[in-house]
Design a protein around this ligand. Structure first.
Ligand code: ARG
Ligand code: ZN
Length: 473
């Protein structure tokens, strides 16, 4: 046959096409084809940090550690909710060997490229579904080098290890959604040889002799926590416990050799918590404490949730700074790493307020000194306070630089000058209360400050927060 009779063909094909269309329509009505979750959240400074398509509710981390050889055996159970139908999703995880992955109890395929672990469950995870991923892993954890050159992640000490995660170090010891915008509750259980202490965030639920020469410490954090604030510390710490006047449990773990020098500052911790509660509103967590690792372990302190880590004995000012972060940074967390000044500007201003409330120089005096180029009241970091606007650090290496801390604190002082003490302190308390256990951005703050104080603060934002030029006269 040369010529095709179209009418005949159409007549023959029509029922088949109709059936096919019906089938496809039926399909789209009942199931959506899963798509891979994004491999990063496009943070302006750390685009690959965090992952798309799900939010974590809870991490259960079970870690065994041998300080002598530095080996870690881990099991992470991550309970998350799918925000899209997922054919696969990513976890951020650096170093360490992945031994197995299951999703919903069934073995899943996985593949790692750099710091991205891609998990492909047997079946799609439906949008809205709460699903559980278990990752078993092992090896010798290694720290990462921060964009600014300092170490972060799992750091060994002479008698153990400490983990500090700002901004992306936590991926060196557990797989997760490592971006501050995804906060979750945690249960962290640490099993270590007898004679060692193992410390983490939150409260100690149990301390059990496992019968094989090891001790298991089960730590629980009920309040949401950004993963960069998760910590563990293993070593021969001296532990002291107590209570603040309002009944909050205190747990201090101090490396031997740092005890004597730490006594003065740690002794004032309960007072700092009470003072902060008066200035910023109720302390946001069920417990408080400190971890003091041997001097020289880290070139900085970190506001790890409920138990900041100090490298060597801290000063009272440093305790005030890291404690202030519990309100500003830990409870109210940044939406992205661009909002870092909401952490550091506030914690630095808290040091100024503490000084002012305890017979030291007033915040006004410190503001004036910096404006006049006198950095003697503040640290070395203060010397370049006007190098760039705090809400726009030039790059990822600059989020912990002087302007984020000091010009950030000066932004707050400029607001105070505009609105007066009463409105200013109501603003600090309101901000901590309204975003308690949440996330907030710089734009959220500027809008909130204007609305809460009833003042037009646009000049402060333009000159102090965003202005490329130095505000120096
Ligand atoms: N957020 C810490 C603090 O101000 C400092 C972290 C410094 N990290 C760094 N990579 N430079 O308490
Ligand atoms: Zn800080």
């Amino acid at each position: 046959m040369e010529r095709v009779d179209h009418r005949v063909l159409t007549r023959l094909a029509a029922p088949a096409v109709a059936a096919l269309l019906a089938l496809t329509a039926g399909c789209t009505a009942t199931t959506v084809q899963g798509r891979p979750g994004a491999s990063g959240l496009r943070d302006p400074y750390f685009p690959k940090a965090g992952n798309g398509g799900y939010q974590v509710d809870h991490y259960a981390l079970d870690l065994g550690y041998r300080p002598a050889g530095g080996q870690l055996t881990g099991r992470a159970v991550i309970t998350a909710r799918a925000e899209q139908t997922l054919s696969s999703f990513n976890l951020d995880f650096s170093g360490l060997r992945v031994d197995s992955v299951t999703v919903g109890g069934k073995p899943a395929r996985y593949n790692r490229t750099g710091r991205e672990l891609t998990v492909r469950p047997r079946a799609d995870v439906d949008k809205g579904e709460v699903f559980r991923t278990e990752v078993r892993y092992s090896g010798t954890p290694k720290p990462l080098t921060d964009a600014d050159g300092s170490p972060e992640g799992w750091i060994t000490t002479p008698d153990g290890a400490v983990a500090v995660g700002e901004p992306v170090g936590s991926m060196t010891w557990f797989p997760g959604n490592h971006h501050p915008s995804d906060k979750a509750s945690y249960d962290i259980t640490l099993t270590v040889p007898q004679g060692y202490e193992a410390v983490s965030n939150g409260e100690l639920g149990s301390r059990t002799d496992t019968g094989d020469g090891r001790t298991a410490f089960a730590w629980h954090s009920a309040e949401p926590m950004a993963s960069y604030l998760a910590t563990v510390a293993i070593g021969k710490f001296k532990v002291a416990t107590g209570r603040t006047s309002s009944g909050i449990g205190v747990y201090d773990a101090v490396a031997p050799g740092e005890e004597a020098r730490s006594t003065a500052a740690l002794g004032r911790l309960p007072e700092v918590v009470d003072w902060g509660s008066g200035r910023f509103g109720p302390y946001p967590f069920a417990t408080v404490g400190t971890i003091v690792v041997p001097d020289g372990t880290l070139p900085y302190a970190l506001e790890t949730q409920t138990k900041p880590v100090f490298s060597g004995a801290p000063s009272v000012e440093l305790v005030v700074h890291e404690l202030a972060h519990q309100w500003f940074g830990d409870s109210v967390s940044p939406k992205s790493w661009k909002d870092m000044w909401l952490n550091e500007g506030f914690a630095t201003y808290a040091e100024w307020l503490w000084s002012e409330d305890h017979g030291g120089p007033s915040a006004q005096k410190r503001f004036d000194a910096l404006l006049a180029g006198d950095t003697s009241l503040d640290g070395k970091l203060a010397s370049d306070w006007d190098a760039f606007p705090p809400a726009a650090p030039p790059g990822p290496a600059d989020i912990s630089e002087g302007p984020v801390y000091y010009r950030g604190a000066m932004v707050l002082h400029r607001i105070r000058q505009e609105v007066g003490d009463e409105r200013f302190f109501a603003l600090l308390r309101g901000w901590a209360a309204d975003h308690r256990h949440g996330n907030a951005s710089t734009a959220d703050f500027t809008a909130y400050a204007q609305q809460k104080t009833g003042h037009d603060l646009r000049k402060v934002w333009d000159v102090w927060l965003y202005g490329a030029d130095s505000p120096k006269p």
